[in-house]
Design a protein around this ligand. Structure first.
Ligand SMILES: Nc1ncnc2c1ncn2[C@@H]1O[C@H](COP(=O)(O)OP(=O)(O)OP(=O)(O)O)[C@@H](O)[C@H]1O
Length: 491
């Protein structure tokens, strides 16, 4: 659709952009990225025919740009500049209707039914139809931005050039605008080239990205390849961390502030942080810990500073246990967003805990265990689905700075150790009569201070793995012992 070759040019003698070459296919949403002053707007102006270039060529639909008349070009290309404005006092609808100008012919221009239908449709899609009678001068920045987008779409262009279209828009309109553009690319074959400052929006919506650095192409590729940590750090000269989007396969970039609130964290999590009460075990830290957990509240990955293992009756039944647990936490005076919350039916004074350290590392482990509903995971298909609270809850606090890989390995190590304990303690699955590997509702938490020693791995043979192996074995064995003694006494 658009073929740019050896494009070089600028405003004076020195070129602003040089030797650019890229192709944009029909129906693509193509993003241009780059730091301030890298030449993004200059490229867009050259492609739209506003700014002549010194060397190279721009071919649109197989024809050189300079072979098009202004009106011909206006039928194909619509432009939404960075600071779209209008000095006349027009209504919103009149402003949008100006987009139909290129499609009208003859001296006596007529307003057709088709024109009206298109204008109404694009006003709806951009959410400006409700204030179509208002004077454009009275609108907010974001509202105006949407009106000018509607004007560009009313042109029914084949190519849309946008300079930071989400600039003035609030979160929901950023999403809506990009959703509309994506829809037009898919359904109408619209080709969009858009400048983005927000790398995450670009990563989320664009098919291809072009990264400019000081007027030259750094890379042109799929978002996942362009948005690499080292590349973005070197082009934007700032610290950044790449994370996958939680719901869609798109790269997301996180800024890393030079200083953060966790910086002064020298806390070593140990038993003095914990209270064992009749209805709950609470462990509180001053600084939030990075967590990976399967709790009822705060599960998945996050940052938390209150850890609660709550005792519920064996008959606990609730249609929405997450909501019920959140309400419980609020009642107890905690912010649910600070908490990882688990449940158990066992007596909490039977919990076992251990603070273990070697030369560089230390961990604190807490386990509560009930094995009334023990299960052999390899034969769980023989069980009916039934979530009964006879649970082993394992907390592992690590005083160190763990990688994501170490978090995962830590969970694997702890799970392997738990299964070994159940074997050594001769805990059987009552349905299959084979050794149990856990219970049906076990939960686990790994929480790290993310300060002090760097911990890359936590497999069984690593320094952290060895500590986890010993402490989880000790605590799980002891907690099962306590549980059995109590059950044996008939409590
Ligand atoms: N009309 C102009 N006359 C002279 N120089 C200009 C003109 N417009 C832009 N420049 C210069 O060209 C360079 C590139 O500008 P351009 O607007 O293309 O950058 P950009 O990547 O879009 O930046 P930003 O992210 O800040 O919008 C800048 O150094 C700028 O000062």
């Amino acid at each position: 659709m658009i073929n740019v070759q050896n494009l070089t040019g600028g405003y004076g003698k020195l070129p602003i952009v040089s030797d650019l070459a890229f192709k944009v296919r029909k129906g693509e949403l193509y993003g241009i990225l780059g730091p301030n002053g890298s030449g993004k707007t200059t490229v867009l102006k050259m492609i739209s025919g506003i700014l002549p270039f010194e060397q190279g060529s721009v071919t649109i639909k197989g024809r050189l740009l300079e072979s098009y008349s202004t009106k011909e070009l206006a039928k194909i290309i619509a432009v939404l500049p960075q600071h779209a404005s209008q000095s006349f006092s027009y209504t919103v609808k009149d402003t949008v209707s100006l987009g139909r100008y290129a499609h009208q012919s003859g001296w006596f221009q007529t307003w057709s039914e088709e024109d009206e239908e298109i204008v109404q449709r694009v006003m709806k899609q951009t959410g400006v139809d409700s204030f179509q009678k208002k004077d454009i001068q009275t609108l907010s920045g974001g509202e105006k931005q949407r009106v000018f987008l509607a004007q560009a779409l009313a042109q029914e262009p084949e190519i849309l050039l946008l300079d930071e279209p989400t600039n003035h828009l609030d979160l929901s309109y950023q999403k809506e605008l990009l959703d509309v553009l994506k829809l037009w690319t898919r359904e109408n074959g619209l080709t969009v080239i858009s400048i983005f400052h927000d790398l995450n929006l670009a990563g989320l919506y664009c098919d291809q990205l072009l990264l400019l650095d000081k007027g030259k192409i750094n890379i042109q590729h799929k978002p996942n390849e362009v948005l690499r940590e080292e590349r973005i750090q070197s082009v934007y000269k700032t610290k950044i961390k790449k994370q996958p989007h939680p719901n869609v396969p798109a790269p997301q970039m996180m800024l890393l502030p030079e200083s953060n609130d966790n910086e002064g964290n020298t806390e070593v999590v140990q038993s003095s942080f914990m209270k064992i009460l009749e209805d709950k075990i609470v462990l509180e830290t001053v600084y939030p810990l990075k967590t990976l957990s399967s709790g009822v509240v705060g599960s998945g990955s996050g940052w938390h500073k209150v850890f609660i293992n709550r005792r519920v009756g064996l008959d606990y039944e609730c249609s929405n246990h997450r909501e019920e647990m959140q309400n419980y936490l609020i009642q107890e005076g905690y912010e649910p967003s600070d908490c990882v919350g688990m449940m158990t039916a066992v007596h909490l004074e039977d919990a076992s805990f251990q603070h273990l350290k070697d030369d560089e590392l230390s961990i604190f482990v807490v386990v509560t265990a009930g094995v009334g509903h023990a299960i052999d995971a390899s034969k769980s298909h023989q069980h009916n689905f039934d979530m009964q609270p006879g649970t082993i809850n394992t907390w592992i606090f690590v005083n160190g700075n763990m990688t994501e890989e170490a978090f995962i390995q830590c969970m694997m190590t702890a799970t392997e150790v738990k299964s070994k304990v159940l074997h050594d303690q001769n805990v059987k699955d009552p349905v299959t009569n084979s050794f149990a590997t856990g219970t049906a509702t076990d939960s686990i938490l790994v929480a790290a201070t993310q300060s002090g020693e760097d911990i890359e791995f936590a497999g069984t043979i690593t320094p952290l793995g060895k500590l986890v192996g010993q402490a989880v074995y000790h605590c799980t064995t002891e907690a099962i012992g306590h549980y059995r003694r109590r059950v044996g006494k008939g409590h």
